[in-house]
Design a protein around this ligand. Structure first.
Ligand SMILES: Nc1ncnc2c1ncn2[C@@H]1O[C@H](COP(=O)(O)OP(=O)(O)OP(=O)(O)O)[C@@H](O)[C@H]1O
Length: 314
């Protein structure tokens, strides 16, 4: 299968920060790839390298076999960064037509707006759009020039359920027509709904690159909760303690009611890879406990497990 974009052993530093650490990744024609990772994992940096906005510190990045820095090469891509600024006084239809005029073969304005559920807004000034409507327009614009490959950085952040579904429909339609997409997301359900292949990144490294089903199967984690006054050091407990504070906070935000292993309302909540082993060790420790509950980890927790590491302690 043709490789449209490729990173080979790519490292990107910003001063002391190593945003990407020897990453290799192929994006092949016809794929819809989900790039998943906590804040600061390096997702936007990778997109910026593929789209020519940044250069790698070391390693090689190619786009359609050429350099992402070459404007002719970049013509074949569509991009929606995390934030887009659009002229407030222009109407939605005018903006689409304006962008379309830059491409030799563009999608008709009405068709594009229809694909992304924006048909009713064609005559509305951008200044009068809601945040979600602006975001949908920003994403739709990535598709106007009939790109071969589209990069979407958190396309549906801040959208309500309806807006998200409208965008998913547009992205799916493009993919069904043979288009290739790399999208980043914090939402697992989004990656699961859209992507066939999921690449999990953490701390600048690729932690997993496979089908969603395989990635879930790979982690096979359990959630164990119990009440006790004191929890001894136990093997196989997954935490986010080693991550920078911002990422630890993210994990807590991303897992509503299910933070990283730790103490919640007096109960210990542990994400573990081997629940049987944990219980054996708990009983062996002789510590008094009650209300033991064990259940399979959700997809959210599988993600946490991948972006965490095992420690002996909570
Ligand atoms: N221009 C920059 N200058 C300095 N550091 C940067 C710059 N851009 C990114 N970084 C750092 O590089 C790391 C990776 O950032 P990046 O934006 O690629 O992560 P991300 O996975 O896209 O995060 P998020 O999900 O929050 O968008 C972070 O530690 C970030 O602070």
């Amino acid at each position: 299968m043709t490789v449209l974009a490729q990173a080979i052993d790519v490292t990107r530093r910003y001063g002391e920060v190593c945003a990407l650490d020897r990453v290799s990744l192929d994006i092949r024609a016809g794929e819809l790839v989900g790039l998943l990772g906590p804040n600061g994992a390096g997702k936007s940096t990778l997109i910026n390298l593929f789209t020519g906005l940044r250069r790698p510190t070391s390693g090689t990045v190619t786009l359609f076999g050429g350099s992402p820095g070459d404007p002719h090469v970049r013509r074949g891509i569509g991009v929606t960064p995390q934030e887009t600024g659009l002229p407030e006084s222009l109407r939605v239809g005018e903006i689409v037509s304006f962008v379309a005029a830059h491409f030799p073969d563009s999608v008709a304005t009405t068709e594009l707006l229809g694909r992304f559920g924006l048909d009713d807004l064609a005559k509305r000034q951008v200044g009068g759009l809601s945040g979600g409507q602006r975001r949908r327009l920003g994403v739709a614009l990535a598709f106007v020039g009939r790109p071969r490959l589209v990069f979407l950085d958190e396309p549906t952040t801040g959208l309500d359920v309806e807006g998200r579904r409208a965008l998913w429909d547009g992205i799916r339609a493009f993919h069904e027509d043979g288009g290739t997409v790399l999208l980043t997301s914090h939402y697992l359900e989004e990656i699961e709904a859209l992507a066939e292949r999921v690449v999990v990144v953490g701390e600048g490294r690729v932690l997993a690159d496979d089908t969603m089903r395989a990635v879930r199967g790979m982690v096979g984690t359990w959630r164990v909760s119990l009440t006790t006054d004191h929890l001894p050091a136990l093997p196989g407990v997954l935490t986010t303690d080693h991550l920078p504070a911002s990422q630890g906070v993210l994990a807590a935000e991303r897992l509503p009611g299910v933070p990283a292993s730790g103490r919640v309302d007096g109960r210990f909540e542990l994400v573990v890879s081997d629940a049987d082993r944990l219980v054996v060790e708990l009983v062996r420790s002789g510590v008094a406990f009650s209300g033991l509950e064990i259940r399979p980890a959700t997809l959210e927790e599988a993600f946490l497990a991948l972006t965490s590491k095992e420690t002996a302690d909570v």
